[in-house]
Design a protein around this ligand. Structure first.
Ligand code: ZN
Length: 498
């Protein structure tokens, strides 16, 4: 057996100013190719790692033309998309494959296409109308017809934080292998409902997504579906099909697939109010955090969530409103991860460990699609740590995968330790902190630029969580976003509750 495996992943925030050139795709200067990609992902808990394991189990020959994944940001440069899609299509054109396994995101917007994944699949099908294709998508996928209709099998994450990327790809790969052997004949039904679930309300440990995802799992056990997936969607994308959708794959039974799809969509629509997020003003939130009783060393921190500026949803990661207010409020024994500021990092490295510095941090990237100013913060302290910023993920997200923050520093103000990093990395793994010499368990407060993913690696240590409304392109206040292209009406932007 001969399999083509590839990865193309980007979650596009159309309100983000952060550029998305080809160089952003990868752990260094761009994507990985061929053997280097296989070596980087084999044995990891990633989707590609899963496909490689499926291929090994089948004793299949693997062709892996490109592995390209970038942290979320503005629409992907056309040149970057053409490069990535071009490598995959070039391999497809050579032919001779029994199956194609794609690890995609599902919310990739390019300068020219609202559905980057749909365009990729259209091009593949134009070259090869026959070879079965398995696709695994992120739970934040915004689905378009071409993303489904050109695939043989589609599988979506069931967890947010995404700790099942591996299992999702295994599901897709396993069903594809059975289809190749003629044991099953997959048929797919998909659809969407006009709703934009709030990202802060999408956690799969929380109602209502917990129950919806459990029902997806149940459909394969109780109802005979091959795979059932509910995509909460990515709302920070002003594109026609942003929002919630569902996909059900069955063995040749179209009626069953359509009935189960409709059930998922109906259940989600009924719960639309529960997907709406209530915002607490920043001053009130920090007042509440300050009033919380002090914890002893090792008892775990109170998490202060700077959720408007999550780089893993397209945030610039350089807004300083929340950090500035934390410092002003006099909170003690705080660690903050992180401010994106390559310039300030270099200044601190030049000054050296132990040097007293005053740095202008953050506020360097303009956010024209968001109201309000994001000023720089003057930060005075000691350079506590200089690190190469590289670590392997402890997991559960992307266990074993290399994260490269770039040369990074920690500035200690006496009360607050502030991590400054030159690449966009969301704090979802404990090693974000440990690699910089900070033990978050010893902290009273930990400020995180994240929304839900932090829970994966850091959730268990948190003694309490306080949501802090700041400024950023992942704003939780959707009235700050101007939607022009999304299909209307859509809940909660237009529709009454009932
Ligand atoms: Zn996601």
């Amino acid at each position: 057996m001969r399999l083509l495996i590839a990865m193309m992943k980007h979650e596009t925030n159309t309100f983000s100013p952060v550029p998305t050139p080809l160089a952003r795709f990868g752990h260094g200067p761009g994507p990985l190719y061929g053997d280097a990609a296989v070596a980087a992902y084999r044995g990891t808990g990633s989707g590609l790692g899963a496909y490689l394991d499926v291929a090994a189990r089948e004793r299949a020959e693997v062709v892996l033309p490109i592995a390209a994944g970038a942290s979320p940001s503005r629409p992907v440069d056309d040149a970057a998309f053409e490069h990535i899609a071009g490598h995959i299509c070039e391999a497809v054109a050579k032919g001779g494959f029994d199956g194609i396994l794609l690890d995609l995101h599902g919310a990739m917007v390019t300068e020219s296409f609202e559905d980057g994944e749909g365009e990729l699949l259209r091009r593949i099908r134009a070259l090869d109308a026959r070879t079965p294709i398995a696709v695994s998508y992120d739970m934040h996928a915004n689905l378009y017809p071409a993303m489904i209709e050109n695939a043989t099998v589609v599988s979506g994450y069931r967890t947010y934080p995404h700790i099942d990327t591996y299992e999702t790809a295994v599901r897709a790969g396993d069903i594809l292998m059975r289809a190749i052997r003629g044991e099953v004949r997959p048929v797919i039904a998909w659809g969407n409902v006009p709703m934009l679930p709030h990202v802060m309300r999408q956690g799969s440990d929380d109602h209502p997504n917990k129950e919806l995802q459990a029902r997806c799992a149940g459909m394969t056990v109780e109802d005979g579906a091959l795979i059932a997936s509910l995509f909460t969607g990515f709302p920070h994308a002003d594109i026609a099909n942003a929002g919630l959708s569902a996909v059900v794959v069955t063995n040749g039974d179209r009626d069953l697939a359509e009935r189960l799809r409709d059930e998922l969509l109906d259940r989600a629509w009924v719960e639309r109010d529960a997907f709406v997020y209530q915002i607490e003003p920043l001053a009130e939130a920090l007042g509440r955090a300050k009033a919380m009783p002090a914890l002893g060393p090792g008892e775990g921190p109170i998490v202060l969530l700077d959720h408007y500026d999550n780089c893993a949803s397209g945030g610039t990661m350089d807004t300083t409103i929340v950090l500035g207010e934390i410092i002003k409020a006099g909170l003690e024994n705080v660690a903050a991860f992180a401010i994106f500021d390559p310039q300030a990092v270099q200044q601190a490295i030049t000054a050296g460990i132990g040097a007293q510095v005053t740095l202008s941090v953050g506020g360097k990237m303009k956010m024209p699609q968001i109201p309000g100013e994001s000023p720089a913060l003057s930060l005075t302290g000691t350079v506590k740590t200089i690190s190469n910023g590289r670590f392997r993920n402890k997991g559960p997200v992307g266990r074993g995968v290399l994260t490269d923050m770039g040369p990074s520093v920690v500035i200690d103000t006496g009360r607050v330790e502030v991590a400054l990093i030159p690449r966009h990395v969301e704090p979802s793994d404990l090693n974000c902190f440990l690699s910089l010499g900070i033990d978050p368990l010893q902290k009273h407060y930990v400020m995180l630029k994240s929304r839900v993913h932090w829970r994966a690696g850091l959730g268990q240590m948190a003694k309490a969580v306080v949501d802090c409304a700041g400024i950023g392109v992942c704003t939780s206040d959707y009235s700050q976003l101007t939607f022009v292209k999304v299909r209307r009406p859509i809940y909660p932007l237009d529709l009454p509750n009932r």
